[in-house]
Design a protein around this ligand. Structure first.
Ligand code: GRG
Length: 310
């Protein structure tokens, strides 16, 4: 989207079917996820039901697809990265369940259906989120250990914990909650989103590549790609909150403004926010300059993140 479509861009688009790629990779991950939460009926059956309710409720599966695409970009086998693909989606789902709770964003709809606590109550929803977060690390460790050297698995676990915890997603959520109603500079907004949403994208891409056997130089380039993509995702998310409808989005919209949250459109305006998203997309593409066609999925995913309508 940077300087309008080029012939090469159009040809690549024709050769690479992103829609099909997304569906196929999402299906692979969903099969694994269904097995992870497929617990026989017992005393804790209600917990597993609540975990399944949110984990198998659809969603774009963007983070696990990025894990697999990063692994493929460096010539790795998908099995090597499947544990991380499941783990990032489990952590993402936990964050959505907790974010929707009355003590946080207090939302009634997510992924087009009632939020977890609306169906199972606040206690079970909280515990379903806790269990998804904790089990994510079990799945990552066990699945990866079957295919990858322990040192690489340990580094991936540490990076994911860093991304999800106080230095990453949870820390970002706290900055967001405490900053409601207060003005922010663009730099402060960028730091907030690098933690709240960017860190999980970063861990997905870096970890997928590492598990796929990437060199340090490849991880460094993919790091730049993931940072640009993560920020682009957030800029577009802010735009969609202003421009999307609840029907399109499967959740309440216009809520950032209601809560007095600093957003890209609020600070930069809509047009400059769109320009920023496009610039970030170009930055993500440039970071992949040293990769061959194995990284085409990553290239198309960067464009998808900016062009998406939901
Ligand atoms: C630790 C409670 C807690 C929260 C962490 C990430 C986060 C902070 C909360 C999630 C809530 C939220 C709406 C964040 C804004 C951006 C975002 C992560 C949107 C949802 O991600 P998508 O669009 O969702 O990838 P799907 O449903 O497609 O997976």
């Amino acid at each position: 989207m940077a300087d309008g479509p080029t012939l090469r861009g159009l040809e690549e688009k024709a050769l690479f079917d992103l829609d099909r790629y997304l569906k196929e990779r999402a299906l692979l991950v969903e099969r694994e996820l269904a097995a992870v939460v497929d617990e026989p009926a017992g005393a804790a059956a209600r917990l597993y039901e609540a975990m399944r309710y949110s984990l198998l409720a659809g969603g774009k599966r963007l983070r696990p697809v990025l894990v697999l695409a990063a692994c493929e970009a460096v010539g790795g086998r998908l099995e090597a990265a499947m544990g991380l693909a499941c783990a990032v989606e489990m952590i993402h789902t936990y964050s959505l369940i907790h974010d929707d709770l009355p003590c946080m964003d207090d939302d009634d709809f997510r992924r087009g259906r009632p939020t977890n606590h609306k169906v199972y109550g606040e206690a079970i929803a909280t515990l379903a989120g806790d269990a998804l977060l904790t089990d994510a690390f079990k799945v990552l460790a066990r699945k990866s250990a079957q295919n990858v050297q322990p040192k690489i698995v340990l580094e991936t676990i540490a990076e994911l914990a860093q991304a999800a915890g106080s230095a990453g997603m949870v820390g970002g959520q706290v900055i967001d909650l405490l900053g409601e109603g207060k003005a922010k500079t663009i730099e402060e907004l960028e730091e907030l989103h690098a933690k709240k949403t960017g860190a999980l994208f970063l861990a997905s891409v870096r970890g997928g590549a590492r598990l796929g056997g990437a060199s340090e130089a490849q991880i460094e380039s993919l790091d730049a790609y993931a940072r640009a993509l993560g920020l682009a995702f957030q800029v577009v998310d802010d735009l969609l909150d202003v421009q999307g409808t609840p029907e399109q989005m499967g959740k309440r919209t216009q809520k950032d403004q209601e809560r007095g949250k600093a957003t890209y459109p609020a600070i930069l305006g809509v047009e400059r926010s769109i320009d920023l998203a496009r610039e970030l997309e170009s930055r993500a593409h440039r970071a992949l300059a040293g990769f061959d066609t194995g990284a085409d999925a990553l290239r198309h995913l960067a464009t998808f993140v900016v062009e998406r309508k939901l």
